[in-house]
Design a protein around this ligand. Structure first.
Ligand code: GLU
Length: 409
């Protein structure tokens, strides 16, 4: 059997989002499942649309997610190849010069058709709807349609797995393959991801660049798991999948023919799940890797078990524990000040600074002052909720707690 070779062919025209990264993941899984090759090809021939930083972001995202490619190419380094292939078509009488550009002659009779691997769907276009199109521009750069086909052939791509926005370009591609007398690869067009309101996915639905997710403290495991279920169904109601399980189960025939819906809450849920499943040491390392400075590593390690069950993103660690590392700004009203004085009184008398004792004293003040726990939070941390108070105060220490109370009173 022919070796499986797939590729992702991103154009560096923006920072990759969930859509094109899901395409990368599906290609990767398909290659690995079939002991095939996964290629990365930067399609940078549309010079006017190039966005600085986006090429770097493509590499960064794939590396972060662990989607390691086996070969890499860059179209701007292959201009001679396209030129030469343009000439071949001209010599065959299938392309012609037009104001300095070269245009491909599309056949206008009959139909162009293929069976798409997604849902074994038969797709066909009437050729009379097609027009001749530019393959090499006057700046001597090839167009996407041309370079894409030449490269897929020369790189021996067996399956083209890409977003379904390319379906309408596929007749052009197929006619190019035919013009060269090449066999075309299998096409698999993935249904586009939609927002919850069934319109095209956008920032409005909480979708953003994959680098943003990383920087906000999403784990790569959570993002991979979330993305793989956008259009692929492993069978049953299985939801939690490691990358190894995805590789062993992935099959194009299980890709849905209807559009998946992006649900940012589900992504958050996966992230919380994966955070809770990390060991404490690993979680500490991930928080550190995020690049935020941890002033006191010993203290941070003590806080991890308390915070872990309450975090949905790695950044939540900072929000939840900030007041341990720096003195929070706490502004109290008269009633709160009264209660703070009470707390100061009882805490000064606590002998063993243990969570049971602290809890006991908190309850006592709670009853006497007819107040609520949220007020204690506000007095001691500046926020109305957070990590469990008795445990937090143990970690903060008696001395610091008393100092803090004195300061705010
Ligand atoms: N350069 C195209 C893109 O940016 C590649 C499409 C394809 O995979 O053929 O998505």
């Amino acid at each position: 059997m022919r070796q499986i070779r797939v590729r992702i062919a991103p154009s560096p025209t923006g920072i990759p989002h969930i859509g094109n990264t899901r395409t990368a993941l599906f290609n990767y899984l398909f290659a690995k499942h079939n002991q095939g090759m996964f290629l990365l090809r930067i399609e940078d021939t549309d010079r006017a649309r190039i966005v600085a930083e986006s090429e770097k972001a493509i590499y960064e995202i794939l590396s972060w997610l662990g989607l390691q490619w086996d070969e890499e190419y860059k179209q701007s380094e292959r201009l001679d190849i396209y030129k030469e292939h343009g000439k071949i078509l001209q010599e065959k009488g299938l392309a012609y010069e037009d104001n300095g550009a070269i245009r491909f002659k599309m056949s206008k009779e009959g139909i162009t058709e293929w069976v798409d691997a997604i849902g074994e769907k038969h797709i066909s276009f009437e050729n009379k709807t097609q027009e001749d199109f530019v393959i090499i521009k006057s700046d001597s750069f090839p167009t996407y349609n041309f370079a894409n086909v030449v490269d897929d052939h020369l790189m021996q791509i067996s399956h083209v797995i890409r977003g379904d926005e390319f379906i309408s370009s596929t007749p052009k591609h197929i006619q190019l393959y035919e013009a060269f007398s090449w066999k075309h690869p299998v096409f698999a067009h993935l249904p586009v991801i939609l927002g919850p309101d069934k319109t095209k996915l956008s920032k409005r639905h909480g979708a953003k660049s994959v680098l943003d997710y990383r920087d906000e403290g999403y784990l790569k495991e959570a993002l991979l798991n979330f993305m793989v279920l956008l259009g692929w169904n492993p069978g049953g109601d299985r939801e939690i999948l490691s990358i190894e399980e995805m590789i062993s189960l992935f099959d194009l025939k299980d890709v849905n023919t209807s559009s998946p819906v992006f649900d940012v809450h589900k992504l958050m849920w996966f992230n919380g799940y994966y955070i809770r499943n990390l060991s404490e040491d690993e979680l500490f390392l991930r928080i550190k890797d995020l690049g935020l400075t941890i002033k006191d590593e010993q203290l941070a390690k003590k806080l991890i078990p308390l915070a872990q069950t309450r975090m949905n993103t790695l950044n939540d660690f900072y929000t939840l524990t900030k007041h341990f590392f720096e003195e929070p700004e706490i502004i109290l009203d008269e009633k709160e000040k009264e209660v703070a004085k009470k707390l100061l009184d009882v805490f000064t008398n606590v002998l063993a600074w243990k969570k049971e004792d602290i809890l006991q004293f908190l309850k006592q003040v709670l009853e006497q002052e007819k107040t609520r726990m949220t007020m204690f939070y506000k007095i001691l941390t500046g926020k109305e909720s957070g990590l469990p108070l008795p445990e937090s105060l143990v970690i903060l220490g008696k001395e610091k707690t008393i100092e803090r109370l004195k300061r705010i009173i």
